[in-house]
Design a binder for this molecule. Sequence first.
Ligand code: ZN
Length: 403
Amino acid sequence: MYRYDKIWINTRLGKLDLNGKIVIQDNKFIAIKDGKIAKIDEMKNFGSFTCKDIFDTKNRLITTSLVDCHTHLIYGGNRSNEFERRLNGESYADITKSGGGIISSIKSTRQESFNEIYESSAKRLKALIKEGVTTIEIKTGYGLDLDSELKMLEIAQKLEQNFPIHIQKTFLGAHAVPSEYKNRADDYIDYVCETLMPKIALHVDAVDAYTEHLAFSITQTQKVFKKAKSLGLHVKIHAEQFSMMGATKLACKYKALSSDHLEHIDEDSVKEMAKSGTVAVLLPGAYYFLRETKLPPIELFRKHGVLIAIATDLNPGTSALCSLQLMMNMSSVIFGLTVDEAFEAVTRNAAKALGLEKSKGSLEEGKDADFVIWDIEHPRDLICSFRPTSVFLSVQNGELVDV
Ligand SMILES: [Zn+2]
């Protein structure tokens, strides 16, 4: 019996210190046992270990894997026609009112078969895995009836079985009012709380809501969150994207893992996030895609010590951008995150936004052996240039990922 299953030697570790600064540590080794990081130590202490699998990284940079903490990766159809309509002058709100937007994705997701949606979703997932992502969150919310929501969750389950990826599943029943409940949003929320959530709770990790004038009110969201908590689920929220509604404050009362978008958030709400430990998940892809002009208040998050994560928000209508590395670049260029912040935003803080901070998001003994061996010198190279081929090797739960 070997003490370790695999050992990676001559590594150059890129890690965050406790203050969120990237530090580079040369001449280290990482030993893996049962899919976990069992030991990280200096090469000078390596001599005595035997192990059947020893990999020499030849002083390549290793960091923890990337975490995409907000996606709508599973969906049917394609909304490039709406992209064209927006370029021709229509607003997102107008397109939504005319049956486009989320409603059109619901139609396609209900109509397409399990296999059709699985195949198109698998392509998107592969693109993220190739960039060094080994943990992803996927929301439901394009089904909005029991069969279609369960179909989305079964697709997520099959993706997790077939790909080297950990998937956190979030129920987003309160995404839009489906056409059969047109003008009856309260009735639909009752259906979400009384019919869908009890049957879906076992299959998901958290419950999300889209709280916006285009979608659901504070009162409706509160109903969803109360039910989620009674079922023992975490909550998350899409909040203050187009207007300041106070949705984040509500989410903080329910100890939300994260509040996402936040371009319009005010200082009082930011203070509440700091108190409840809610992560600010910023979505530069949606900001860019919709040509928004109000930036999220990065200075307020810094001032009050709110952790910032970034994610792709990958979806067919408002962020059809399948690259977390591109989001890192955008978060720095457009939102002004520093290199250290952008790196922390897709690793440690993204793991926390999913409630996975004990097992994911950093290179530490005892955590899952999820890491990337890069073809770059320093994590800042990931943020400075958009080069989705920068992964040399990727490892998930101690096993090599086929990229
Ligand atoms: Zn979203």
